[in-house]
Ligand binder design. Structure first.
Ligand SMILES: Cc1cc2nc3c(=O)[nH]c(=O)nc-3n(C[C@H](O)[C@H](O)[C@H](O)COP(=O)(O)OP(=O)(O)OC[C@H]3O[C@@H](n4cnc5c(N)ncnc54)[C@H](O)[C@@H]3O)c2cc1C
Length: 363
């Protein structure tokens, strides 16, 4: 656990350095991210997580809605002070521009159809030809299962979506109490996440996971029913913005491991892999990539690599990752939302009737 916390925090610092060093304009704001609770039950869970993270050396703070500067629709939470929010597309475009400015040879839009070993070298096959290399790093995330060389069950491909609101009047955004601008992640089994953008919109998503069953992974569009479900969740978390419309929705494949932790390792003397950051790879994937590059050049593994290094590739069947398992996890979250919603309504009703009784104390 301490190793994983260190890795996550160092990954955030690595990406901040990358942004600064190469002047990448991706709207990065060092706001930290808040595990935001939507109910007392979730608050209890946050407190337990905070205790574990603190014990492992994590830079976290527990707080109320007000002290954390998060919207009134949440009941408190815990901020991870390291890291923040950014536009991932602009970040990736900036890294690409930087890479193209180096002597590295980059082959874009070139699908690798196979990776094999031959006389101590890796042989990478494409539709247009072959490349032989002394060292190869497999880093195709959810798509890794398309190759025979990838160990079975290393990860499962999962489709997740995000949506973005139309621009919102800045005065209405200011009234939310979201003064910290921290990214928000709810404590459902399958999270909802919310972040502000410099365009005065709110980007949010996930809530339901869809399992990819066959390779090659299909091109997909967001399910309109899930977009509608996310819109309803948004209206519940941000009641003052319930009239705000959604502008767009998009999605992509991520890789989930059976432990829900990132993994990397070495298949043989020439083949390394860094795959599956479980939906947290924006900072972790570039950092782990740089550590593997250092390992290849120096031969010495950085201590952060040890936290996620798989010594012997053999992976258990992931639990609850079939369509039925994922549906069950979703249903548990919805049941808890329903119970918490009913409890909140009952409390409001009790307060209303107490106020309506003559002589009853006002709170
Ligand atoms: C909707 C959505 C929201 C997300 N939100 C967050 C977030 O808030 N925070 C966070 O940290 N992470 C988030 N993630 C996850 C994050 O994007 C990933 O963890 C991260 O991109 C992983 O980086 P990667 O380089 O390992 O893999 P990817 O970014 O998936 O890149 C894999 C690359 O491999 C290429 N490829 C695949 N097959 C082949 C082949 N055969 N030959 C050649 N190239 C190939 C693909 O084209 C792709 O460019 C989100 C992901 C999605 C989809």
């Amino acid at each position: 656990m301490p190793g994983m916390i260190r890795l996550a925090e160092h990954a955030a610092h690595h990406v901040e350095d990358l942004i600064g060093k190469h002047d990448i304009d991706c709207g990065y704001e060092r706001t930290g991210n808040v595990f935001a609770a939507v109910s007392r039950g979730q608050l209890g869970r946050v407190r337990r997580v905070a205790k574990l993270l603190r014990r492992a050396g994590g830079d976290v703070e527990l707080g109320t809605t007000e002290s954390l500067g998060i919207p009134h629709g949440f009941v408190g939470g815990m901020r991870e002070n390291v890291g923040g929010i950014m536009n991932p597309g602009l970040f990736t475009a900036g890294v690409r521009r930087t890479l193209l400015g180096t002597p590295a040879q980059v082959f874009e839009r070139t699908k690798v159809t196979g990776v094999a070993r031959d006389r101590g070298q890796a042989v990478i096959t494409t539709f247009g030809g072959e490349v032989r290399a002394n060292k190869v790093v497999l880093a195709t995330n959810a798509y890794a299962g398309e190759w025979d060389i990838t160990p079975p069950r290393l990860s499962v491909p999962i489709w997740v979506i995000e949506v973005e609101t139309e621009p919102i009047d800045p005065a209405r955004l200011a009234a939310l109490g979201w003064t910290s601008r921290s990214g928000l992640v709810t404590q459902h089994n399958i999270m909802e996440n919310y972040r502000l953008t410099p365009r005065d919109t709110i980007v949010f998503g996930v809530r339901r996971l869809e399992r990819g069953r066959t390779y090659p992974l299909p091109a997909k569009k967001p399910d309109p029913a899930l977009v509608e479900e996310l819109a309803q969740a948004f209206a519940r978390r941000f009641p003052a913005l319930s009239d705000v419309a959604l502008d767009r929705a998009w999605g992509g494949w991520i890789a989930i491991t059976s432990s829900w932790l990132p993994i990397a390792g070495q298949l043989d003397e020439s083949t390394y892999y860094s795959i599956a950051c479980n939906g947290h790879g924006l900072a972790q994937a570039p950092y782990v990539g740089s550590l593997i590059a250092d390992l290849i050049v120096d031969g010495e593994p950085h201590e952060d690599l040890a936290a996620l290094w798989v010594k012997k590739a053999g992976f258990p069947r992931p639990m609850m990752m079939g369509p039925l398992g994922l549906r069950t996890i979703w249903a548990v979250d919805r049941f808890n939302d329903f119970v918490n919603g009913s409890r909140r309504n009952a409390l409001r009703g009790q307060r209303r009737s107490a106020r309506a009784q003559p002589g009853s104390p006002r709170r």
